[in-house]
Design a protein around this ligand. Structure first.
Ligand code: PMP
Length: 393
């Protein structure tokens, strides 16, 4: 006998299936490397966020093992109760130094860091302005904050200024992704910092995809543009992507961090990440800062891919980041190409609405420093083959 809940949701699931929008999970049976085993099959994968290839680095694994032997597995408490270990503390200091900020605060995930920072900084009576392509966690946080929530057109400074002109709120928060997660392009941070300054607004940058990848030393999108804490007072970064680990941070002034410790509910009311994860992340941070070849290699792979994809007349986006989507448009066609790639042993996910706008479905290709030029060629050859087949259909 099906319950009322099942009867309510079954047609909604059927609707999603019919629209080619049904989401499914694959079973990963290997480490997250370019060569993965998924659902019992070997694939060459271009879909992880392990951009620098540090998730399986022996130094990082060893740091995790050693710290687990010393500290155990669970942190056992929230940071403010008794869960803030010396490994967390050292990692915070190292992240602050790396990003050139006074202090940094660890969160258990990036989703929670965004939720925590935005809801701590603005509330009813305030105003929050977000790029319409911001990550879901930023949009959710803006809505939950209770502040007047507005989305401005993607990377459109005029549209932002028009909206700022119409507000009389005293606390104004502008929030953008440093690198947009589904397009791979950057926010115009110097211009946004100038707009924020002129309007007495605070600028927050979610650098989940720039941290570790962009900038001369890998400190991220702010470093790429030569911006400091004065320009971008609230910097968020994740540790589950280029750092190859797990968790996230907010970095900024002493006062910002103390305010988050007091007011950020997703910081206060949750278990601290395992200390061994913090120790592993410290090891990956050291590698990020010493093994510069990883960023150089990424650049080469990206340039090679873009040249090859352009030769095939594929529609790329304005991205120099490791996120290199190919825009297909139609949902069913994107899914079909992803399936065709899978048949050729290549794993690439088709991103469809509601994650991206209807009619802009895409293959989201991501590169890792662990990929080889030969593997990029293999991908290009498969794409050429599939596209030729589609042209003849
Ligand atoms: N911000 C952006 C731009 C992201 O892409 C993601 C992860 N998909 C997050 C935040 C959330 O980070 P986490 O996975 O650590 O929760």
């Amino acid at each position: 006998m099906s319950s009322h809940l099942d009867q309510t949701f079954a047609p909604l699931l059927a609707e999603r299936r019919a629209a080619h929008l049904y989401r499914t999970r694959k079973l990963l049976q290997s480490p997250q490397t370019p060569q993965v085993v998924v659902d019992g099959k070997n694939y060459l994968a271009f879909c992880s966020n392990d951009y620098l290839g540090l998730a399986n680095h022996p130094d990082v694994i060893l740091a995790l093992q050693n710290a687990a032997n010393k500290f155990g597995v669970g942190s056992g408490a929230s940071h403010l109760v008794a869960g803030h270990s010396s490994e967390h503390h050292a990692l915070e200091e190292e992240v602050a130094a790396f990003t050139g900020r006074e202090r940094a605060l660890l969160f258990s995930t990036g989703y929670m860091a965004n939720m925590g920072a935005i809801t701590a900084l603005v509330a009813q009576g305030d105003a929050v302005f977000e790029d319409r392509l911001n990550h879901a966690s930023l949009l959710d946080a803006g809505l939950l904050s209770g502040a007047r929530f507005q989305r401005f057109l993607h990377n459109d400074l005029e549209n932002l200024q028009t909206r700022l002109d119409k507000t009389d709120a005293t606390r104004k928060l502008i929030v953008v992704d440093g690198v947009f997660s589904m397009d791979g392009d950057c926010a115009p941070l110097p211009e946004l910092a100038a707009v924020a300054h002129k309007n007495n607004a605070w600028l927050m940058v979610d650098d989940a995809h720039g941290f570790g990848c962009l900038g001369k030393t890998g400190a991220g999108t702010c470093e790429h543009f030569g911006l400091t804490q004065g320009d971008v007072p609230i910097l968020m970064g994740t540790l589950g992507k280029a750092a190859g680990s797990f968790g996230a941070f907010i970095a900024g002034s002493e006062t910002l961090i103390e305010s988050l410790i007091q007011f950020a509910r997703p910081y206060i009311y949750t278990t601290a990440m395992p200390p061994a994860v913090a120790a592993a992340t410290r090891a990956s941070l050291r590698l990020m800062q010493t093994e510069h070849w990883r960023r150089e290699k990424l650049k080469q792979l990206i340039a090679h891919f873009r040249a090859g994809a352009q030769a095939l007349n594929l529609q790329l986006m304005h991205s120099f980041s490791p996120i290199q989507p190919i825009v297909i448009g139609d949902e069913a066609k994107a899914l079909h190409i992803s399936q065709q790639l899978a048949e050729r042993g290549i794993l690439i996910i088709a991103i469809r609405p509601p994650t991206v706008a209807a009619g802009s479905s895409r293959l989201r290709i991501t590169f890792s420093a662990e990929h080889s030029i030969a593997q990029v060629d293999q991908l290009l050859m498969a794409l050429a083959d599939i596209m030729q087949g589609l042209a003849h259909d």
